[in-house]
Design a protein around this ligand. Structure first.
Ligand code: HEC
Ligand SMILES: [Cu+2]
Length: 318
């Protein structure tokens, strides 16, 4: 995986979307207000501590003022104006980041334990996100299981992904390059494994790659080798190890092909192509004895070639 291609400032990641700069300006304004008020309050605290200190020469030192209308008016009015500025400014930035332009390309995003899948208008799905530069992209997010959160720091976008409802977020990337995607809602033990990449391509490269298939098998590559890549891309590695007898959330893939096993309701099975295919498409159909029914279905993501490649990879594990 390539690293990000733009560099940020000391405090901030690169501003890689059209709305990143306005988010940062507002953030900087709020931070600057904090620094200024911190300095004023701190300086005055020190000043009053010294000025009204009780000493032997002056045992009852204290102010005899009960109130001061001008000062009280100022310290009410100025913060009020500042808060209103932050509110109006913040609301505009919020709207700009929430309402996608009408010409935005739509991509459906599904979160699940513990991977993402991105579905494009031609029906293909990918495990990393591919997007054209210079065009607004609207993401329609949903979750198959628990609460996740979609976060691309370089674009300054973030949205909760909530089971049973759709949320949306949009961005327009300025130039080609790679950016990181994180899940920022703690979603179980492989939460950090939901780390993926947005690949921003020029409009021409995007169109070309899309018609070739974004994540098709590279020409000439052995299906079993590709299958191993898919094993990590689809996050199977979060729940299935490759060592003999290794138990994660699910059983190890070591020696899986042709293995005899028993289901939770006592039927025996042999792990042939058909069984493996069913386990991936309809994980609830047969639950392996001793394991929880914790596997999500990959029905919408794993196509024919990919299924063949995963099975070819499994056959090599012995
Ligand atoms: C969230 C955890 C999780 C993920 C992700 C996951 N699985 Fe599973 N898988 C399980 C569990 C738990 C079982 C055992 C219970 C069952 O049969 O559903 C299982 C069972 C299986 C079985 C049957 C194993 C046997 O010994 O009979 C196969 C095959 C399988 N998974 C393939 C995959 C593939 C391929 C992927 C990735 C595309 C994947 N799984 C992703 C949790 C997961
Ligand atoms: Cu998550």
């Amino acid at each position: 995986m390539e690293s990000t291609t733009q560099t940020g400032s000391f405090w901030m990641p690169p501003q890689a979307s059209t709305t990143a700069a306005e988010v940062d300006s507002l953030f900087d304004f709020i931070m600057d207000l904090n620094y200024i008020f911190f300095a004023i309050i701190f300086a005055m605290t020190v000043y009053f501590v010294v000025k009204y200190q009780k000493t032997d020469e002056n045992p009852i030192a204290t102010s005899d003022l009960s109130h001061n209308t001008v000062w009280e008016g100022l310290w009410t009015f100025i913060p009020l104006v500042l808060c209103l500025i932050v509110f109006v400014w913040g609301f505009r930035v919020f709207l700009n980041n929430t309402v996608a332009p009408d010409n935005a390309m739509e991509i459906n995003v599904t979160a699940q334990k513990w991977s993402w899948s991105f579905k494009y208008d031609d029906g293909q799905t990918t495990s990393d996100l591919y997007a054209p530069a210079g065009q607004p992209v609207k993401l329609i997010l949903k979750s198959k299981d628990v609460l996740h959160s979609f976060y691309v720091p370089d674009f300054r976008i973030k949205s909760d992904v909530v089971p049973g409802r759709y949320t949306t977020v949009w961005f327009e990337a300025m130039k080609p390059g790679d950016h990181r995607i994180f899940c920022t809602e703690y979603c179980g033990r492989q939460h950090s494994g939901m780390y993926r990449t947005v690949h921003v391509l020029s409009a021409e490269d995007f169109a070309k790659k899309k018609s070739d298939g974004f994540e098709g098998r590279p020409e000439g590559q052995d299906p079993a080798v590709w299958g191993k890549q898919l094993y990590s891309k689809y996050g199977c590695n979060a729940c299935h190890g490759l060592e003999e007898g290794e138990v994660k959330v699910g059983p190890s893939f070591y020696g899986i092909y042709g293995r005899k096993g028993e289901t939770a309701d006592g039927q025996s099975y042999v792990a042939n192509e058909e069984y493996i295919r069913e386990s991936i498409m309809e994980p609830m159909a047969k639950i392996v004895k001793g394991y929880a029914p914790a596997m999500p279905s990959f029905k919408d993501q794993i196509g024919g070639d990919q299924m063949d490649a995963i099975i070819a990879f499994m056959k090599t594990l012995k």
